[in-house]
Design a protein around this ligand. Structure first.
Ligand code: SAM
Ligand code: DTB
Ligand code: SF4
Length: 347
């Protein structure tokens, strides 16, 4: 029994060292291309990871997490929808798309004072990052001027500023950087192979191009995806494969569990087994060791035990505040109580 324990522990440690070794050795540039044949992570190696016995997977994820982070620390980001609804894109998961009939009312961009008040509240509640989302395919020049003003307001409060505004040109990325933007969120959402099943109004390469513009402007990249859209485990591995092979991989990786909204095409999709969600987090942690892996949308329907497992698997950031963009999120007090129960400090 003891021998069995020691030998599996050694094996896991060896695998872990090999993983770290690979990360160090393989510096080949993927350069934002869809093919990952020469990439640092092969799809098969990620499929092998996601298929590991659950405890072995979590053990590896924990070891890597503890090598790079304090395992009892979680970063808090608060979201605000600064421009809601009426989006021309047809993302099958999204209640803000103008293609679907949902309860979301389209609105104009918020006033600076409204944004300032929301950021102040987030700061008072302990968030370190304030993320502003807009339901745009891409911002226009005058939208950027307004967002520049909003970024400055957030920076004056001494918070990190993040935006997610859709596709971004190199010039717009530069303007946002000059305003003080710290992070830009732009999710790959799924695999290149499944992309057209989820979104028909843009292509995967456009997502990669925006990420490159953001990176070149010197803004930190926040990019992740959505699970629970009816995909297979292999496809979840495929999403992580894309993210982990970006060169460099994103500093921040939001993993969203689909929030099913009535009126969207994905409403009624079979719910993902929560342990599959935990596996996805663990694989993100192992393949992107230094990234902040964010347990993102979908927490409202996730029990505390599942969230605790996600933190154990290497998640170390959450969206904090009673609303995501248009849908609910656990309220401040509920999250504070969970984090206290787990003795998790916040940053
Ligand atoms: N319009 C911009 C874009 O799509 O890049 C920015 C805002 S968009 C709402 C940001 C991200 O929210 C999407 O990429 C997707 O990952 C996530 N999202 C949207 N609807 C969601 C849902 N119902 N459940 C989970 N995540 C969702
Ligand atoms: C991300 O990955 N998830 C957030 C944020 N980035 C912008 C958005 C989740 C949206 C969930 C559905 C809604 O509230 O509209
Ligand atoms: Fe528009 Fe973004 Fe929603 Fe897609 S995810 S419909 S681009 S707001």
């Amino acid at each position: 029994m003891t021998h069995y324990y020691i030998s599996t522990t050694l094996k896991a440690m060896q695998t872990n060292q090999r993983t770290e070794h690979l990360v160090r050795l393989r510096t080949l540039k993927v350069n934002s291309t869809l093919q990952a044949s020469n990439s640092k992570w092969s799809l098969n190696s990620i499929i092998d990871l996601i298929n590991l016995p659950f405890n072995d997977l979590l053990f590896q994820a924990q070891q890597i997490h503890r090598t790079h982070f304090n395992a009892n620390e979680v970063q808090l980001s608060t979201l605000l929808s600064i421009k809601t609804g009426g989006c021309p894109e047809d993302c099958a998961y999204c209640p803000q798309s103008a293609h679907y009939e949902t309860d979301v009312q389209a609105s104009k961009i918020l006033d600076t004072e409204e944004v300032k008040a929301a950021a102040q509240e987030a700061k008072k509640n302990g968030a370190s990052r304030f993320c502003m989302g807009a339901a745009w395919r891409e911002p226009k020049d005058r939208d950027i001027e307004k967002v520049v003003e909003l970024i400055k307001v957030v920076k004056e409060l001494d918070m990190e500023a993040c935006c997610t505004l859709g596709m971004l040109s190199a010039q717009h990325a530069e303007q946002l950087k000059n305003a003080g933007l710290d992070y830009y969120n732009h999710n790959l959402d799924t695999t290149p192979e499944s992309y057209a099943d989820i979104i028909t109004t843009r292509v995967y390469q456009e997502r990669l191009d925006t990420l490159e513009n953001v990176r070149n402007a010197g803004v930190h990249v926040c990019s992740g995806g959505i699970v629970g859209m009816g995909e297979s485990r292999q496809e979840r591995a495929g999403l992580i494969h894309q993210l982990a092979n970006l060169e460099p991989y994103p500093e921040s990786v939001p993993i969203n569990n689909l929030v099913q909204v009535e009126g969207t095409p994905l409403y009624g999709t079979k719910e993902l087994d929560p342990l599959e969600f935990v596996r996805t987090i663990a694989v993100a942690r192992i393949t992107m060791p230094k990234a902040r892996v964010r347990l993102s949308a979908g927490r409202q329907n996730m029990n505390e035990a599942t969230q605790a497992l996600c933190f154990m698997a290497g998640a170390n950031s959450i969206f904090y505040g009673d609303k995501l963009l248009t849908t609910g999120n656990p309220d401040w007090d509920r999250d504070r109580s969970l984090l206290e129960k787990l003795n998790i400090r916040t940053v």
